[in-house]
Write a protein that binds this ligand. Structure first.
Ligand code: ARG
Length: 559
């Protein structure tokens, strides 16, 4: 239940709405002060009285009940204590009955969210720069599903452009079928790099011709292109499987080849197209932006043209409630421009387009995503993390069985969590040692906490029964309160497109559980205390699993 709402509905202040009061209520860091508090400083302006007097008056007017059992006024704060036994039993029984579905809701019923993420470039390296879009998009996908939305995951393939002419040219000159078949994306990428280093005028002009051939539907050119595409997709699929991400559509830029003309016609009809140095543009000067390029002077379409066609296609096909683009902040301007063009075209749904921007990921040793053609492939980062996880896990517990399987979950979890733990807009420096530490704000720490909870539960025989009317102690209650906040955390993460809220929740809950675990005995406790603690342990385990599952992270039974 939403305690803040419950409280806000029972406070009357002239001139303030229930929502405004709701917005003011905080959760004090130290629950000795109360479980919730209303600071009265802001009210003081409206009511023209001192905060202390307001708090005092509100306290006298507030009627306690079975939910809120105490109210006090201290230093301009109105503090509320909840009925701890009541809260504990309602939260735990809800979690024990819903299991790993706790927090699921139907708020998204009949609404569709499109998520454009990962969006790989055909025949180009899938590198560490693609990590964030893939795992943030993947987490949002599962989060929206959890909240009852229809979700359409779209991999807007980068499969359009003159580079494919170059690739075919390089392949014809230097490549051979067996080598490319065997070397896959790496072999293709080598050809591309070689072209860029060695091509002369003659080859450049051949490359343009091959591009034209692809465009005009030439059979051979298209077969080679499709082959490169299938090798790329086969390669990335292995990574998607590891990261647990999923797509419903691979309609990439090429898919919109025949869908751009109607958009161009519509722009022209609505008098939005302007000629500038031979090119066709939409002027955005009035909005403080450079023009949005629609057609180059040679008549070629651009990235934005295809995105406009794609947005209109998605609206017509999926009738989305929101359309998200999980793309690095380097493309901020592109999205601002193309969303603006949709608005100028009079699309009322332009307001439902969201650029979910995120920061850069670099490695600790200073290696960036691309450096002199040297690329950090995401696959290598994942494999290295799994390898290191094997060492870390074996050191901690040498007798562990299934070490490989566990290292895989721990290593992959660390890669995902490493990219998700911070607010998405921050640049991140990825450190293997940090993401694989047992102490600290890591997935390993959370997974280890799960293993600990699992071990307690199996020692007790995996039978939990919640006692009635149990009065929780301070450590127990901290865990209960954290558990109670999960549905709210999910909602907020979805509203702000921030999977990191879920990652932080998991760490906070694990920390509170561990404090409880260290301070309170579980298996050697007696009577109601033992029953309650086992139920609390079960509820923590299943909630941690749900949280990690939304992020795409699995939990080993033992560690
Ligand atoms: N493939 C693009 C890139 O690597 C990202 C595409 C993002 N999606 C979009 N609809 N523009 O930069």
């Amino acid at each position: 239940m939403d305690y803040k709402k419950y409280i806000a509905e029972r406070i009357n202040v002239d001139g303030l709405s229930c929502e405004e009061i709701y917005g003011l209520i905080v959760t004090p860091p130290n629950s000795e002060m109360g479980d919730f508090a209303l600071p009265c400083f802001k009210l003081s302006k409206v009511l023209r009285k001192s905060p202390a007097i307001i708090a005092e008056e509100l306290k006298d007017a507030y009627k306690t009940d079975g939910v809120i059992s105490g109210v006090s006024a201290i230093n301009g704060y109105l503090n509320f204590s909840v009925n701890k036994a009541g809260l504990a039993s309602s939260v735990l029984s809800e979690i024990l009955t819903s299991g790993e579905n706790y927090g699921k809701s139907q708020e998204g019923k009949d609404k569709t969210v499109c998520i454009d993420y990962s969006s790989v470039n055909i025949a180009k390296p899938f590198h560490i720069g693609h990590l964030s879009t893939t795992v943030i998009g993947g987490a949002l996908y599962k989060l929206y599903q959890y909240l009852g939305y229809n979700v359409v995951g779209i991999n807007h393939l980068g499969d359009y452009g003159t580079q494919f002419g170059k690739l075919i040219c390089a392949y014809k000159r230097w490549g051979n079928k067996e080598e490319v078949e065997k070397g896959g994306i790496h072999a293709i990428n080598d050809l591309y790099v070689r072209f860029n280093n060695e091509a002369d005028e003659q080859m450049e002009s051949e490359a343009r011709e091959y591009f034209r051939l692809i465009e005009s539907g030439d059979k051979e050119a298209n077969e080679i292109f499709e082959w490169f595409k299938s090798l790329t997709l086969k390669y990335v699929q292995k990574i998607y499987d590891k990261l647990g991400v999923n797509f419903d559509s691979y309609a990439g830029e090429r898919f919109y080849t025949d869908k751009m003309q109607p958009v161009i016609d519509e722009l022209r009809e609505k008098r939005l197209l302007k000629e500038s140095e031979g090119a066709q543009i939409v002027d955005l000067e009035e909005y403080g932006m450079p023009p949005c390029l629609i057609l180059r002077s040679d008549g070629a379409s651009l990235y934005a043209t295809r995105d406009l066609a794609a947005a209109i296609y998605r609206k017509n096909t999926y009738d989305f409630y929101k359309c998200l683009y999980v793309v690095a902040y380097q493309q901020n301007l592109h999205f601002k421009q193309f969303f603006k063009v949709l608005e100028l075209m009079g699309k009322p749904w332009a307001k439902d387009m969201v650029h979910v921007a995120y920061g850069m990921v670099s490695l600790e040793d200073g290696a960036m995503s691309t450096r002199k053609g040297k690329v950090v492939w995401l696959e290598d980062v994942i494999n290295k993390c799994i390898e290191k996880a094997y060492t870390v896990v074996s050191e901690k517990n040498p007798d562990l069985e299934n070490k490989n399987e566990i290292a895989e979950k721990v290593g992959i979890g660390a890669v995902i969590f490493g990219a998700l733990y911070n607010n998405k807009i921050k640049d991140i420096v990825f450190s293997y040692d940090r993401v694989l530490s047992f102490e600290g704000e890591t997935s390993v720490y959370v997974q280890y906490t799960c293993a600990r909870a699992n071990s307690v539960l199996s020692k007790s025989g995996n039978k939990e029964a919640l006692p009635e009317n149990y009065q929780p102690n301070a450590q127990e209650f901290e865990v209960v309160k954290e558990l109670a906040s999960f549905p709210e955390v999910l909602k907020e993460a979805a509203e702000k497109y921030e999977p990191c809220y879920i990652a932080r929740f998991a760490v906070d809950l694990a920390q509170k559980f561990n404090k409880f675990y260290i301070d309170c005995k579980i298996l050697t406790a007696e009577g109601d205390a033992k029953d309650f603690r086992l139920a609390l342990t079960r509820a923590t385990l299943s909630t941690l699993k749900s949280a990690l599952a939304i992020l795409g992270i699995g939990v080993p039974d033992k560690m």
